[in-house]
Design a binder for this molecule. Structure first.
Ligand code: RNT
Ligand code: ZN
Length: 414
């Protein structure tokens, strides 16, 4: 491996790329790993099935159904992923909350804080406004029913307090992402009123005093959901405008746009007008299907944009997908490692040279060089990154997942 690495280093040096620098930058780039891949987005606060226009499909053995199981599974996954990361929790992962989501509190997350601290991880958070009886006619913060709106406003305020608690306990800022499933299956009479109510709900939530240097509130838009095909209250225009006006951070999920739109093209525009930018990295297949993230063109392009804009410390990157048809731990590992691969690939680009070609109008050479770069010995650098992080290279990590499946998952009997 050493010889191959030396060779790769030389090849990259010849095009002006410092491989060591790229490896260091990757090791420091945190990905917020979503907890909900481990249990098909069910959580521990009583909900039995998913709703809100999102769906997991598949019935692979071994779904985690208790906090202990989910933590153990997360540990397995994290032990196979190099670098420093954060854990992204949803409010529905509260432990021992029997009083309702409007009453969720820091005490319900003590075990998660302990888990994070022991692993020196930061925590991110999400109010959970789906899969719950207080979602009425598919609406939450944009509902015409005052009691429904009130319930979810209180929930979000409670979540802000939990986010502050996470930041204080872990020492890392907490990203709190607001996403609502609100929308209509068919053509609504008013598109305006639900958005107006959503705006007013957000205003009330954000009127709470919270430490803006420790909690970053983000707002995630969406174009449609299953059962909400004709209209979503939290559209792109709504969320971008609201974020800009109220100085919170916009969040783009790359499954939430029309099929030919790409998030990679939107990053530079948002970075020009926002201090920070948040991303949910997923893989939409024909719809917002939340397939496991792969080392594919768009994931690479998203990472290239982050790197080319010099924005590694301005972008909050999180994974967001859920596949119940394959080993869930493998799904976690493939997805997060794919984001890392894409980031490493991006860090190994001769960006100065490429930009020079563009600015010089030399589009022929730009195309040829970009194609050549695809055949650079990227894999050898990736292997060294894994080795230095003390995680398996190549496919070896799957042996560990298989062993765990036989010894632990298979015995869960579901
Ligand atoms: C749904 C959004 C949202 C959820 C998670 C569980 O389409 O992407 O981010 O996936 O909050
Ligand atoms: Zn998302």
């Amino acid at each position: 491996m050493k010889e191959r690495y030396e060779y790769a280093k030389e090849r990259y040096a010849a095009i002006g790329v410092d491989v060591e620098q790229a490896i260091d930058a990757l090791a420091k780039f945190p990905i917020s790993v979503h907890c909900w891949q481990g249990d098909d987005v069910i959580g521990f606060d009583g909900s039995k099935e998913l709703s809100g226009g999102i769906q997991t499909t598949g019935n692979y053995i071994g779904r985690a159904t208790t906090p202990e199981e989910l933590m153990a599974d997360l540990d397995r996954a994290l032990s196979l992923i190099g670098g420093t990361h954060k854990l992204n929790l949803h409010a529905s992962y509260a432990i021992g909350n029997t009083e309702g989501r409007d009453k969720v509190a820091p005490k319900h997350f003590e075990k998660w804080v302990e888990f994070a601290k022991e692993r020196h991880m930061g925590l991110d958070f999400n109010p959970t406004m789906f899969a719950h009886p207080m979602v009425k006619d598919g609406l939450t913060l944009s509902s015409p029913d005052e009691s429904v709106r009130r319930y979810w406003i209180e929930h979000c305020k409670a979540c802000l307090r939990i986010s502050e608690y996470f930041a204080a306990e872990t020492g890392f800022p907490c990203v709190m992402n607001i996403w609502i499933p609100d929308g209509f299956k068919d053509i609504p009479a008013s598109r305006y009123l639900p958005r107006k109510r959503f705006k007013e709900s957000l205003d009330e939530i954000l009127s709470v005093d919270y430490d803006k240097s420790k909690v970053y509130v983000t707002l995630e838009s969406k174009v449609f959901g299953i059962g909400a095909e004709s209209y979503t209250t939290g559209s792109a225009e709504f969320c971008l405008s609201y974020s800009a006006k109220n100085k919170i951070t916009p969040l783009m999920d790359n499954g939430h746009y029309h099929p030919t739109e790409v998030v990679s093209d939107k990053i530079s525009a948002l970075l020009l007008f926002n201090e920070k930018l948040a991303l949910h990295i997923t893989r939409p297949v024909r719809w917002d299907s939340d397939h496991v993230v792969l080392f594919d063109d768009e994931t690479r392009e998203i990472c290239r944009e982050i790197v080319r804009c010099g924005a590694l410390d301005r972008v909050f990157a999180a994974t967001d997908y859920f596949d119940a048809s394959i080993n869930r731990i493998a799904a976690w590992v493939v997805g997060v490692r794919s984001v890392q691969k894409a980031m490493l690939y991006a860090l190994l680009q001769p960006n100065g040279k490429l930009t020079e070609l563009q600015d010089g109008g030399n589009m022929t050479e730009l195309m040829v060089l970009q194609e050549e770069l695809k055949a650079m010995p990227f894999g050898d650098v990736w292997d060294v990154f894994c080795e230095r992080c003390g995680v398996p290279t190549g496919m070896q990590w799957l042996d560990e997942v298989k062993r765990y499946e036989n010894e632990v998952l298979a015995k869960r009997g579901r």
